[in-house]
Design a protein around this ligand. Structure first.
Ligand code: PEP
Length: 250
């Protein structure tokens, strides 16, 4: 039985003091949550947010990590630095990283492998653009992103991987994939994982949905058999919206 995993990607929002007070209140109000809860603030907010949620069930993640241990990589942050401040989870391959910063599947895979070697848990984002969907390339794109992104990852390490299916056209646009369309992509992704790792790993892999998730649509999305949680952007920035999403199965 897969436990629902609800994550908030704050992107480049909230100052450290705003992030810390939000996280404290969130942790108090989500203490009875039946789902696994994660928030991903910016790098500069991480130390304060880790302190704010210490001892609670809220996981704090980074939005990115470098694929080297240390060295001359100006502007970058390493896995060791994150772990040193108590951050053991990272989001990789988000479509904004792919789109604005040119991250390829191969580069994302290098980060996945290095983060795993460093002992981190990963949320690996995949998803097609509208153009790819409309040209009939949906399955090819998902298969490539999943199989290249996971290349070299052992079956054992799949316990540390969550996949987030985020159709790019649904991110921050207010457009959500219909529950049936989202389910079809999730089932396809689970099939790709099964082809690589077999049924046991596929059945235990958490696959989150992301793309304009909000209180009004979360229940129907989470009711789909292959949707195991959500990666939430805009609606994770206010308690009014994020708490009902976290409590969607109460
Ligand atoms: C995201 O950035 O991962 C996301 C899904 O954003 P939003 O919920 O705002 O569409």
């Amino acid at each position: 039985m897969r436990k629902l995993y609800i994550a908030g990607n704050w992107k480049m929002n909230k100052t450290p003091s705003e992030a810390a007070s939000f996280a404290k209140e969130l942790a108090e109000k989500a203490s009875d949550a039946k789902v696994k809860v994660m928030i991903a603030p910016t790098f500069v907010c991480l130390p304060d947010v880790v302190k704010a949620v210490k001892g609670t069930n809220v996981i704090v993640a980074a939005q990115n990590v470098n694929d080297h241990k240390s060295g001359a990589y100006t502007g970058e942050v390493s896995a060791d630095m994150l772990k040193d401040i108590g951050v053991n989870t990272v989001i990789l391959g988000h479509s904004e990283r792919r789109q604005y910063y040119g991250e390829t599947d191969e580069f994302i895979n290098a980060k996945v492998l290095f983060a795993l070697e460093s002992g981190m848990d990963i949320v690996l984002c995949v998803g097609e653009t509208l153009e790819e969907r409309e040209s009939g390339a949906l399955e090819d794109v998902l298969k490539r992103q999943v199989s290249v992104g996971l290349s070299g990852v052992s079956a054992e390490n799949m316990k540390k991987i969550t996949i987030a299916y985020e159709p790019v056209w649904a991110i921050g646009t207010g457009k959500t994939a219909t529950p049936a369309d989202a389910e079809a992509s999730h089932a396809f992704i689970r099939g790709v994982v099964k082809d690589i790792y077999g049924s046991d790993v596929a059945e235990n892999t958490i696959i989150q949905y992301g793309g304009s998730v909000k209180p009004a649509n979360v229940k129907e999305l989470m009711a789909q058999p292959d949707i195991d949680g959500a990666l939430v952007g805009g609606a994770s920035l206010t308690l009014e919206q994020f708490l009902p999403i976290i409590h969607c199965v109460d």
